[in-house]
Unconditional design. Structure first.
Length: 546
């Protein structure tokens, strides 16, 4: 194809010249024509990269994984695990353990379990309180929590003492740090939720309670935390509603407040609309943004491809523990590796994500990670903090800048870690191999390292997911420490069938875009038309036959 394009351009160059006499100077090819030839060569090279076929070694590996999948589905899981092990590399942590990782000490509540030094700190703290000696109180409790972070009452007492001395902000920070270290300790979390409530941080209290219930579904207090989450979400909405005064509405309409959600994909959505959506909850926000996105993005309408992604997504959703969203899955015609989930469970995934994965488990890992952001209310947090627009950190252009842009949300490190962990748990709960997200990140990083000379920017999804090596390490640790099964279903054969279908669709789409570019059509309109072109022609066929 590259050679054909080059020949066509060269032919057009030389055919444009008039016939010259022998004594005339030779024809000089204009620099812009040379650039055009080089540009086409680069485009075709990029296309070859996106649609490259696996090597014989890679095909042999995929074939063995497919055989293992067949055995796994037939119930022969021991034989399947043997084949999976032969193909998958053994991690260093599985061979030698993690020599660099300092394990977090097991938490306890009984002061009698403290070592002699810890008992002295605890006793001095109690004496300082009786004597009302501020320096003795804080010196003792600070040392205790620093030297013995596993003693949970130390953190709770430290926070209570700070609050008693009107240092509420520091008190909350102490509890947040302790909860991050020991997220499964319900007493610690209750103290943090109570501190949020006293500070009237209703949404933070609600989300903390919901996340605990989701991460610990077997915990005896999981149901109680769910009720707490609902109660304080209602409190948040009530507080928000009280702030919506007629004066605020007037200012918003006049333009003083301006637009809270903006950008090609979002709207614009005014401050009044944003407040109204916040009152209605996460689903309303996702529905509004998704409605705008669907109008602008070139969505795949091929039923086999869309149903495949929806089936995987719905399987993961069943393991999420949250059924109050109307989950929807869309496939966008874009070769970039990217996916994102909006509040309320509206998930968009690029065709590039399908082209760059080798199994159902890898694609499921990506979807599980993004669904986790929705399930754990991460996007909603960005919206309520007024940071959604600020956190749209990059716009990923389509090939040839032919359409509106996808978003990449810049979640915090804690949010990303939560999505990694919860996504992996959902992956296992859905019956897939536990290392789906981990393998995906490794593959993308390797792809980026090989291509770094020509394309220094990492793949879109990785660009907002920093410290890949560190994250791979803690995901491996999560899988090994919790004995999660990474020798389970991969789903290779079906994925490769869908991948071939996406490749054909992508080639057709690109050819359509090139034709539209020659005809100088509007890029965004052309992208939508090219995305729907095949489906529209297929829909007309039955009518013509009739």
């Amino acid at each position: 194809m590259k050679l054909l394009n080059l020949l066509l351009v060269l032919l057009s160059i030389f055919s444009s010249f008039t016939i010259v006499l022998a004594n005339q100077p030779p024809v000089v090819i204009e620099a812009e024509e040379v650039e055009k030839v080089e540009e086409i060569a680069e485009e075709d090279e990029e296309e070859d990269k996106a649609l490259k076929e696996p090597t014989p070694e890679e095909m042999a590996r995929l074939k063995q994984l497919a055989t293992a999948d067949h055995l796994y589905l037939a119930g022969e899981k021991i034989a399947a695990a043997r084949l999976y092990r032969e193909v998958k590399e053994t991690w260093e942590i599985e061979q030698f353990g993690d020599r660099t990782h300092q394990r977090i000490p097991t938490p306890f509540y009984d002061p009698a379990k403290l070592n002699p030094g810890g008992k002295v700190y605890w006793r001095n703290y109690q004496q300082g309180k009786e004597q009302q000696l501020e320096s003795k109180i804080f010196a003792s409790i600070e040392l205790l929590t620093k030297k013995h972070p596993e003693f949970i009452p130390g953190h709770i007492s430290y926070a209570e003492t700070l609050k008693a001395y009107d240092r509420e902000a520091e008190s909350l920070l102490v509890l947040e740090k302790a909860v991050n270290r020991y997220p499964q300790e319900s007493k610690l979390l209750k103290a943090k939720i109570n501190a949020d409530i006293e500070a009237e941080k209703w949404l933070e209290a609600s989300i903390s309670a919901r996340q605990f219930a989701l991460f610990n579904p077997q915990h005896p207090e999981a149901g109680d935390f769910t009720l707490v989450a609902e109660e304080h979400l209602a409190n948040y909405r009530s507080k928000l509603k009280s702030k919506l005064t007629w004066n605020a509405i007037g200012n918003a309409i006049a333009g003083t407040v301006g637009f809270v959600l903006t950008g090609n994909l979002f709207g614009p959505i005014s401050a009044v609309e944003t407040t109204s959506m916040l009152l209605r909850g996460e689903s309303a926000i996702g529905e509004k943004i998704a409605k705008n996105a669907k109008k602008r993005l070139p969505l795949v309408e091929d039923k086999k491809i869309v149903n495949y992604v929806q089936e995987i997504g719905n399987k993961i959703v069943k393991a999420s523990g949250r059924d109050d969203f109307d989950y929807e899955f869309y496939v966008v015609l874009d070769e970039q590796f990217n996916a994102f989930a909006l509040p309320g469970g509206k998930v968009f995934v690029n065709t590039g994500a399908i082209l760059n994965t080798d199994s159902e488990a890898e694609l499921a890992g990506l979807l599980a990670h993004e669904i986790s952001h929705a399930v754990l209310s991460h996007g909603f947090q960005l919206v309520t903090q007024g940071n959604l627009t600020a956190n749209v950190v990059s716009y990923i252009p389509y090939v040839g800048n032919t359409a509106s842009n996808l978003i990449v949300l810049n979640y915090s490190r804690d949010m990303e870690k939560q999505a990694d962990i919860f996504g992996t748990r959902m992956l296992v709960g859905s019956g897939y191999a536990a290392d789906g997200v981990r393998n995906l990140m490794v593959k993308l990083q390797e792809f980026h390292d090989k291509d770094q000379e020509d394309n220094p920017a990492p793949p879109a999804w990785l660009s907002t997911h920093p410290n890949t090596k560190s994250r791979v390490n803690y995901m491996e640790r999560l899988i090994v420490d919790n004995n999660l099964n990474r020798y389970a279903y991969e789903g290779v054969s079906r994925h490769l069938d869908i991948k071939d279908k996406v490749k054909a669709l992508w080639k057709e789409y690109k050819n359509c875009l090139k034709k539209a570019e020659k005809e100088k059509k509007d890029e965004a309109i052309a992208a939508k038309q090219c995305a729907n072109n095949k489906n529209e022609s297929e829909e007309k066929k039955p009518t013509e036959e009739n």
